[in-house]
Design a binder for this molecule. Structure first.
Ligand code: PLP
Length: 467
C-alpha cells in the first residue's frame, strides 16, 4: 500500500490544483524538493467521503480521522441529524438575517455558559471574526486602545487576528507594523524554559511580565482593555497552561481593571473534557469566543458571549457580517447542543481523553518524542532529534511520523510546528481511538529506529493548513 501512496486519483487531483491554487504550486514545489533529496513525495490526500470516525480519499482508502475537520466535528463527520437539521433550515428559510433559530440557539448557549454572568450573545461566521469582535468589544467597552495577547497564540487568518496571534516569523510577515495596540506577552510553555527556570518560576515570570513589565515599560495600566488568552494554545503547539497561570491572569485582570477574553474556538464545547477549557482552572472570562464545534462540523456558526454590562450597553460596538447567524448555522448549533446533552459528550470526551493519556504518556520513552501535551481530547506530541540533541525542536520528525501514520490509515495534523496534534470527535468509538493511537505509536517507533527519511515529507510553508 505504501508504495502506491498516495493513489493515482488522489495524485491526479493534487496535480489539477497546480495551475489553480497557491497551495497547488507549493505542492509541486514540495514534490520537486522531495525528489531532489531522494525522498518520497509529500504525502497528502483529498477527501472523497466523510462519515463518523472516518474519511476516505479519492482512491477509496479509509483513514481514522484525528484531524476532524480541524477540530470542528464534535460528533464525527457529517452526523446525519445535524445534516438533516441544516437541510431543513435551508429549505425553510434560505438565508435571512432574522429568524427564530437565532433566538433558540442563544437560549441553548445560555444554558452551557461557563459562568452565569455571560448572558448576551453576538453571532459571527467564523472563529476569526468572533475573536476580532471580542477584542473590539473590549476596546470599545473600556474605551482603551491596547490588548495583551500571547506568544504562540492563534486567533485566525484575518489581518487583525494575524496581528493578535503570536506565531511570528512568516505568519504575519509584512504586518509587523500593524501590531498597533497589541502587546505581546510570553506564554508559560512547559519546554525550553529560559535561563534554566523551573516551570513554577517561569509561570511567576509570565505573571510578573503582565503585571509589572507591561504597565511599567510598555503601556499605561489604564490604557489596557483586556487580556486575550486561549486556555490551551492549540494551533501554536498544544501547550497546556499550568493551573496557577490562568488563575493568576484572572486575578491580575480583576486588580488592574482589565477584561479577560477567553478564546475557546478550539478548546471550547467539550474538547478538553470539560464544556469549556477555562473550567479546568476555575476561571470565568468576561468575554467568551465560540466557534468550531458549534457548527456540528456541518455548517459555520460562531460568536461571542459577554456580560450584560459589556455587550448590552455599548453604542460604539458593531460586528457581524452578512452571513453571521444564518438559519442553517443556527440549526447546526441547536442540534449539536442537543446532541451534547443526549450523548453526554463532554463526559465521554473526558473518558476518552483519560484512555488516550494512559496510552500516550508512555511515548516519552522514545528518543524522538519530546513531550506529550494533552488535556482531554486536545492531544499533541512534540518531537526532537533522537540522539537527545534537543538544542532545537525538530519538525522533520513530526512530519515523518505523521506521513507514516497517513500511509497506514490515520489522519492527524502536523503543520507549522514540531508537533503532531490529534483532535478526534468527542464520541469517537473507543476501539477506533485505540487503533489510531496504535498506528501512531508504530509510526513513532519506526521513525525512532529508522530516522526520518523513510516517511519523509518536506516542510510546508508557514500557514499552509491541511497537510
Ligand atoms: C483559538 C482559535 N481562535 C480562532 C480561530 C479561527 O477560527 P476560524 O478558523 O473558524 O476562523 C482558531 C482556528 O483554529 C482557533 O484555534
Amino acid at each position: 500500500m505504501k508504495d502506491e501512496f498516495p493513489g493515482k486519483k488522489t495524485r491526479a487531483m493534487l496535480e489539477r490544483g497546480i495551475p489553480l491554487f497557491l497551495n497547488g504550486l507549493r505542492y509541486e514545489e514540495q514534490l520537486q524538493k522531495a525528489a531532489r533529496r531522494g525522498f518520497r513525495s509529500a504525502w497528502q490526500i483529498v477527501v472523497d467521503r466523510a462519515e463518523g470516525d472516518f474519511i476516505w480519499d479519492l482512491d477509496g482508502r479509509r483513514y481514522i480521522d484525528f484531524q476532524n475537520g480541524w477540530a470542528t466535528n464534535p460528533v464525527g463527520n457529517a452526523h446525519p441529524e445535524i445534516v438533516a437539521a441544516v437541510h431543513e433550515a435551508h429549505q425553510r428559510y434560505g438565508f435571512h438575517y432574522d429568524h427564530p433559530l437565532r433566538y433558540e440557539l442563544a437560549e441553548k448557549l445560555l444554558a452551557v455558559m461557563p459562568d452565569s454572568s455571560l448572558t448576551r450573545f453576538s453571532y459571527e461566521v467564523s472563529g476569526t471574526e468572533a475573536a476580532e469582535a471580542a477584542v473590539y468589544l473590549a476596546l470599545t467597552h473600556k474605551e482603551r486602545r491596547h490588548v495583551i495577547a500571547f506568544s504562540s497564540a492563534y486567533h485566525g487568518m484575518s489581518i487583525a487576528t494575524k496581528v493578535l496571534s503570536g506565531l511570528g516569523g512568516q505568519f504575519s510577515r509584512y504586518l509587523e507594523a500593524w501590531q498597533g495596540g497589541v502587546i505581546r506577552a510570553p506564554y508559560p510553555y512547559s519546554d525550553d524554559l529560559p535561563a534554566g527556570l523551573s516551570q513554577e518560576q517561569y509561570v511567576d515570570y509570565c505573571l510578573w511580565y503582565l503585571d509589572n513589565h507591561i504597565p511599567n515599560s510598555v503601556v499605561a495600566r489604564d490604557n489596557i482593555a483586556a487580556v486575550l488568552i486561549e486556555p490551551g494554545l492549540a494551533e501554536g503547539g498544544n501547550w497546556i497552561p499550568p493551573e496557577n497561570f490562568l488563575k493568576g491572569v484572572r486575578e491580575l485582570c480583576d486588580r488592574n481593571d482589565w477584561l479577560l477574553i477567553a478564546d475557546e474556538v478550539l478548546t471550547g464545547l467539550g474538547r478538553t473534557g470539560r464544556m469549556w477549557g477555562v473550567e479546568h482552572y476555575d476561571v470565568a472570562p468576561d468575554i467568551l469566543v465560540i466557534g468550531k464545534n458549534l457548527s456540528g462540523g456541518v455548517e459555520p456558526c460562531a460568536g461571542i458571549a459577554a456580560r450584560d454590562e459589556i455587550l448590552g450597553d455599548n453604542d460604539a460596538f458593531g460586528s457581524g457580517s452578512t452571513f453571521a447567524g444564518t438559519p442553517a448555522g443556527c440549526a447546526a448549533g441547536i442540534k449539536t447542543l442537543e446532541l451534547y446533552e443526549r450523548l453526554d459528550l463532554v463526559a465521554n470526551a473526558a473518558r476518552l481523553g483519560g484512555i488516550a493519556a494512559g496510552i500516550m504518556n508512555s511515548w516519552e520513552q522514545y528518543g524522538i518524542v519530546r513531550q506529550v501535551r494533552s488535556n482531554g481530547l486536545l492531544m499533541g506530541v512534540s518531537f526532537c532529534k533522537p540522539d537527545g540533541d534537543t538544542e532545537a525542536r525538530d519538525w522533520w520528525y513530526a512530519r515523518a511520523v505523521r506521513s507514516r501514520m497517513l500511509a497506514n490509515g490515520v489522519w492527524a495534523i502536523s503543520d507549522r510546528e514540531d508537533t503532531i496534534r490529534l483532535y478526534p470527535a468527542l464520541n469517537m468509538d473507543e476501539a477506533v481511538l485505540r487503533e489510531g493511537l496504535g498506528i501512531m505509536e508504530e509510526a513513532i517507533r519506526y521513525v525512532d529506529q529508522h530516522g526520518q527519511t523513510e516517511g519523509d515529507s518536506p516542510a510546508w510553508p508557514t500557514g499552509v493548513a491541511g497537510f
